[in-house]
Design a protein around this ligand. Structure first.
Ligand code: SF4
Length: 289
């Protein structure tokens, strides 16, 4: 397979075939994100992508899922994306689900009908980084979208029938807006009602604008108990029809896996127990991206 730069995929795609169709991220401006810094965004040549599909057909016959890398593969124009999905279906008939990252920008460029067509051709799940539902924080981190736009795009994915997984970022608003960030994120998650939510804990990446703010003393980082209080307020404010709320990424202090609304009260009690010291938190040295 031809890989260039950093290859990043969601934890749930750990066993998937990783097919890189773009290099970098078309936005690449979020202040906390170091994933593709220094990478000039481009869509890879069709010949390279088709070569990789042929390679996967020969060597990846046990993998049932495929993930389209990099940052926002959904930005690939509809006709090209369809031809990639068709080729995957033709050469890798054992693949049962194709996934990709999507951001607000790439979702705005696809109509509902286009998403439905992609779904019919095998696109089964999209991963969208919301980070926060707080408009002031969204602006501060230069996410390039308002909470209203996030809600509209998230709902469009849901209506298309493609599964939606949303990532939120604990600690991204700092201590002063922590509670607002938690409540507002719950509001947006409730409005979208995604299938999966992944809450990650902010890790500062050297070279990013947020890291510089931290070094200059302009961005204080939440302590472990403040992160947990934020997580608790966020879960408390989130009403889903039957989504799964995960906070079990390696960067998190307390692993959580809750089906909402069923497990809500149990989960809130678990966080309370961690806050009162009845459950041990993951030590700092064991946290990693
Ligand atoms: S849209 Fe996602 S991948 Fe791109 S810069 Fe922002 S956080 Fe990073």
């Amino acid at each position: 397979m031809h890989y260039e730069g950093n290859i990043i995929r969601p934890p749930s795609e750990a066993n998937s075939i990783l097919l890189q169709v773009t290099v970098g991220c078309s936005r690449n401006k979020c202040t906390f994100c170091g994933a593709y810094k220094g990478e000039r965004f481009r869509i890879k040549a069709d010949t390279v992508i088709m070569d990789d599909i042929a390679f996967a057909a020969a060597h990846c016959q046990r993998q049932r899922r495929l993930f389209l890398c990099d940052g926002d593969a959904l930005i690939v124009p509809q006709k090209r994306l369809l031809s990639i999905l068709q080729e995957i279906k033709r050469q890798l008939p054992w693949v049962t689900r194709v996934g990709a990252y999507a951001n607000c920008k790439s979702l705005k460029m696809k109509t509902l009908e286009e998403l439905q067509t992609l779904k019919a051709h095998g696109l089964g799940i999209l991963y969208m980084g919301l980070e926060t539902g707080d408009d002031i924080t969204l602006k501060q981190i230069n996410k390039g979208a308002t909470s209203q736009e996030m809600i509209q795009m998230g709902k469009k994915v849901k209506t298309s029938g493609i599964k939606l997984s949303i990532t939120v970022l604990l600690g991204i608003a700092g201590p002063l807006r922590s509670n607002i960030h938690a409540r507002e994120t719950g509001r947006v998650l409730t409005a979208i009602d995604p299938d999966y939510i992944g809450a990650l804990t902010l890790m500062l990446i050297p070279g990013t604008p947020l890291y510089r703010d931290f070094k200059n003393g302009e961005f204080p980082v939440l302590k472990a108990d403040e992160m947990l209080k934020e997580l608790k307020a966020m879960i408390d404010a989130t009403e889903l029809s039957s989504g799964l709320f995960h906070a079990n990424h390696a960067s998190n202090y307390l692993p959580i896996k809750a089906r909402l609304p069923k497990d809500k009260q149990k989960t809130l009690r678990l966080i309370d127990e961690a806050l009162t010291g009845k459950i041990a938190l993951k030590p700092e040295f064991l946290r990693a991206l």
